[in-house]
Design a protein around this ligand. Structure first.
Ligand SMILES: [Mg+2]
Length: 230
């Protein structure tokens, strides 16, 4: 039976150094004609649908589905340029672990992110991580990350048949990731990469906490995968 590792994107796989926020600021300026500073808005771990809704409300616009989709379209238009401009990076240990997992037949990696699909895919492609994730669960119209996690489980089951919860791992960097992982019965692994400290992540119910992703061998041991696949 395979194990399944669900990966969050921002703060877990990569750090865009603010490209997402900047794209959103340019998008909202294009939509409203006014500049809006979004730096005070803590978006970490929220879904893009929820973030767009909050931004529209902040700008005194109705957060209707139509307005949200219009804002998302503008955001996607500006994101590639902002990704280039902001010079973010892939977090330490990510490429080594993903490369290792991709070679194995006993584990499946999927994206589980609050990003809208076009945005999440643009980020993965920009940093050369897209080939590791043919499949993923994205924001869609979900305001709650738990819904995304439930869709991620369905995706995994479409690939593998029934997968028992103790074979599922959710890796993220915020209490939202931990909460959605626990909601689907998965083991939540938290990376204290910036927004939230190790203690806070431990206190909110993480199964495991790292300050940064470890060497692939240690990663495999933690998620209960043998070093060599026979
Ligand atoms: Mg994150």
């Amino acid at each position: 039976m395979k194990k399944v590792v669900f990966w969050d994107i921002d703060g877990t796989l990569l750090n865009t150094k603010g490209a997402g926020r900047l794209s959103m600021e340019v998008a909202i300026a294009e939509l409203t004609g006014d500049r809006t500073d979004l730096s005070a808005l803590n978006m970490a771990g929220l879904t893009d649908w929820d973030i767009c809704s909050r931004i529209l409300e902040k700008c005194n616009l109705e957060p209707t589905a139509e307005n949200i989709e219009q804002l998302q379209k503008l955001y996607i238009k500006h994101l590639p340029e902002m990704l280039l401009r902001c010079r973010g990076y892939v977090l330490a240990g990510v490429r080594e672990i993903l490369e290792n997992l991709q070679q194995r037949t006993d584990v499946l990696s999927l994206v589980l992110t609050g990003n809208m699909e076009a945005g999440g895919r643009a980020k993965l492609a920009h940093y050369g991580l897209d080939s590791y994730f043919p499949l993923g669960a994205f924001s869609g119209r979900s305001r709650d990350r738990v819904e995304i996690a439930q869709r991620a489980v369905v995706l995994a089951q479409q690939q593998l048949g029934k997968v028992s919860p103790e074979r599922l791992y959710v890796i993220g960097d915020t209490p939202h990731d931990v909460r959605c992982g626990r909601a689907i019965g998965a083991r939540a692994i938290a990376i204290a990469s910036g927004h939230h400290g190790a203690e806070e992540l431990r206190d909110c119910g993480s199964w495991w906490v790292w300050d940064a992703l470890p060497h692939p061998q240690q990663f495999l041991e933690t998620v209960g995968l043998r070093e060599t696949v026979y």
